[in-house]
Structure formats: structure tokens, C-alpha cells
Design a protein around this ligand. Structure first.
Ligand SMILES: [Zn+2]
Length: 95
């Protein structure tokens, strides 16, 4: 099975709780080795103290390309009706 689809199901809380399909990095990408991005450690250059890591997404994928599969309970998406509900709640405010 070498040709797995480059899509992955993830849970997200942004902008609201949902299961989403996301694009994934190209496994043989030379830029990121399939990791999906390049990490840059940064810190205070004078003291040399480590302050954190910047994550620069690689261009071989689009981390913002995602498709909502279904909203998780409690917060219903505005644009997608709950398939299990008899009548949708699309007229409710998002929050
Ligand atoms: Zn890449």
C-alpha cells in the first residue's frame, strides 16, 4: 500500500470542535522529509536562552486545506446540519 491518500482525519477545536479531513505533507518531500514543515528554534540571542520553536509549514502541503466531516457535539456548525437531528439548527447563532 504505497499510495495511501494524503488525507488524514484530525480533530480540531478551531474554529469549532469538529472532525476534519486535512491535507498532509508529501512523504518524500525533500524540504521537510515528510514532516510537513521546518522547525526553527529561536531564543534570546544575547543570552542564548531557548524561548521556543517556530514552525514553518512546508509548501508541499496546505495545512489550511481542510474539509469538515462532522461537527462534534455541543457546538453545531452553522452551515452543516446535524445529520442525526430531525430538524437542523442552522438558524441558531454559532456561539
Ligand atoms: Zn515538504
Amino acid at each position: 500500500m504505497r499510495h495511501l491518500p494524503r488525507l488524514r482525519i484530525q480533530r480540531t477545536d478551531v474554529p469549532r470542535r469538529a472532525l476534519v479531513l486535512t491535507d498532509t505533507p508529501r512523504p518524500d518531500c525533500r524540504e521537510c522529509d515528510g514532516i510537513g514543515g521546518i522547525e526553527h528554534d529561536y531564543g534570546d540571542y544575547e543570552s542564548g536562552e531557548y524561548e521556543g520553536t517556530d514552525w514553518e509549514p512546508c509548501t508541499c502541503w496546505n495545512e489550511h486545506r481542510r474539509w469538515a466531516l462532522l461537527p462534534l457535539p455541543r457546538r453545531l456548525r452553522r452551515s452543516i446540519r446535524d445529520p442525526w437531528a430531525a430538524h437542523g439548527y442552522s438558524d441558531e447563532p454559532p456561539f
